[in-house]
Every structure is written in C-alpha cells, then in structure tokens.
Ligand binder design. Structure first.
Ligand code: MG
Ligand code: ZN
Length: 174
C-alpha cells in the first residue's frame, strides 16, 4: 500500500508535552486532510516519540488513552488511522525506534508492505525528516521554521495545506 506516516505532536495535535487527554487538541483541518488521504487510497499511520513514558511523566495507560481519544476524534469525522506506533523509551536510551532512527517506520513498511516510493513521512521536527529520509520515503516538513541543516522534499504550513498542495501539484492522487 501507499502510506502517509504522520508525526503526532505538532502535526495532528497542538504540540507540547501531551501527558493527558485533556491536553490533546486536534489542529484545524487535520481530519479533513486524513479523510482526503483515505479517499486517495493512502493508509494513514502515526509514528511518535513519547519519551515522557520512559522518563516517568506519563504512564503507558495514559498514552493508550490519549491514543484512543485521538483515533476516536478522527474516526467520528470519517478519517481512518490504520495504526499508531509510539517509542516510549527515554531519550538517549539507544533504542532503534526513537526518531531520528527509522525503526518505527521500517516496522510499518514491513508489516503493511508499504511502497516507499509512493509514501511520505510528515513531521514538524528535523528528527522526523531524518527518520523519513533513512526509511526511504518522501519527506514533508510542517511549519514555518525549517531547522537549518535539513532538506525535506516539501514544506507546508499544516497537514491540510500539505495534502492540498501535493494534490494540486499532482504529486499525490487517487
Ligand atoms: Mg512533532
Ligand atoms: Zn524507542
């Protein structure tokens, strides 16, 4: 399948450290963007660093509850997320899943037989772009402040702008 793998904080929801459900707020246009991707035949996935679990700021059960809340909010509006993966290890623990490492993306690519050439990693940090690049998918940076030293394939201000922009340029289509 062809896929969009989304970072979570700053792409799907307002960024910051989200340690409880009440702190989770979808960004405008996100469900519409996910729906449009679904309609074009893309599987939509999430790959997110949640080192707060490893650091003790958040329990695994709180993370599961936030994830369930996110999936439900999006589903209520007709969008579908196939699977969300989280790295819950501490920063610098040396795991292979914490972005910029591509571990979460590679697992998804293998499990769902994702076609890298037709797929995209979307994120608001340099580490997202590095992970996408290492996994061999196209990269989309979201935000106005592109960090120096990274070179994403595309830059947009938000997820909906990215989906619309890529579709308008016929880079993605049904
Ligand atoms: Mg982020
Ligand atoms: Zn990890």
């Amino acid at each position: 399948m062809k896929a969009f793998i989304l970072d979570r904080d700053g792409v799907i929801n307002k960024g910051g450290n989200i340690n409880r459900k009440s702190e989770f707020q979808l960004l405008p246009g996100v469900t519409e963007a996910i729906k449009a991707l679904n309609d074009m035949g893309f599987g939509v996935f999430v790959a997110s660093n949640q080192g707060g679990v490893g650091l003790g700021f958040m329990t695994k059960s709180a993370l599961r509850s936030i994830n369930g809340y996110m999936v439900t909010l999006i589903r209520e509006e007709g969008g579908d997320i196939v699977e969300a993966r989280y790295c819950t290890h501490k920063p610098h623990a040396g795991c292979s899943c914490r972005k910029p490492k591509p571990g979460m993306l590679l697992e998804l690519i293998k499990k769902y037989d994702i076609d890298r050439k037709a797929s995209f990693m979307v994120g608001d940090r340099d580490t997202d772009i590095m992970a996408g690049r290492s996994a061999g998918v196209h990269t989309v940076f979201i935000g106005d402040n592109l960090p120096s030293g990274i070179d994403p394939d595309y830059v947009f201000s938000g997820l909906l702008e990215a989906v619309n922009g890529l579709r308008d340029r016929s880079i993605i289509h049904a």
